[in-house]
Design a protein around this ligand. Structure first.
Ligand code: HEM
Length: 182
């Protein structure tokens, strides 16, 4: 028996693992208002949902509200555009900068920057660094239209307004083109 099954069996009153390998786990309902944690007789109400419907682990919850219950503007990404897919694309060796490697790193002026503001040729500046965000557009958890707001301009202020904590330097490392010169 695996460690996981061991844990499940020891923590839940009943657990059924289907013979074909898929798991259907029966767990006590989390909606019970009982404050007793030791009682084992309170497990008469059960649900087959795991995690519970109101769990913060559910994607639909994190899409619509954060832990404080504030509204969120995350979008549902198209299949094949998860953060993991982005990591795979980044490590694939594809030239995501879409510039001549001999020009790297570029010195990008405001005039040059504003020439790249379409969905198939989109540059922006975050904290002094210029990125080709064209390949990232469909991977952006905030959606394409939001990200396009910083197309061809310095996006630092908008970026900080929505998520100053996000590590753009890391996410966009392979899209880094050069430095913004004003
Ligand atoms: C160009 C660099 C950017 C990167 C790498 C980036 C990356 C991200 C990431 C990783 C998230 C998910 C955050 C989370 O789960 O907490 C996110 C969410 C979001 N982003 Fe961006 N973003 C960028 C620029 C922008 C800009 C310029 C805007 C606005 C004009 C924007 C608007 C949003 C919004 C509205 C969300 C959803 C916020 C929420 O979770 O409530 N992002 N972005």
């Amino acid at each position: 028996m695996s460690l996981w099954q061991n844990l499940v069996n020891s923590r839940t009153p009943r657990s059924t693992l289907s013979p074909n390998g898929g798991s259907s786990i029966t767990v006590p309902s989390l909606s019970s208002s009982s404050s007793s944690s030791s009682s084992s007789s309170s497990s008469s109400t059960t649900t087959t949902l795991f995690p519970a419907a109101n769990s913060p682990q559910r994607a639909s919850n994190s899409l619509t509200s954060d832990r404080q219950g504030r509204g969120r503007n995350k979008v549902r990404l198209e299949p094949g555009h998860s953060p993991l897919d982005w990591a795979v694309l980044k490590s694939s060796g594809t030239n995501l900068r879409n510039i001549d490697p001999r020009d790297f790193p570029m010195k990008v002026t405001r005039e040059e920057l504003k020439k790249h503001k379409s969905q198939d040729d989109c540059w922006t500046v975050i904290k002094g660094k210029v990125y080709n965000i064209t390949p990232y557009l469909k991977f952006h958890p905030g959606g394409v239209p939001e990200l396009m707001k910083c197309a061809g301009i310095d996006g630092t202020a908008l970026f900080n307004k929505y998520h100053a904590w996000v590590n753009a330097e890391r996410i966009l490392d392979t899209c880094f083109i050069g430095f913004y010169v004003q």
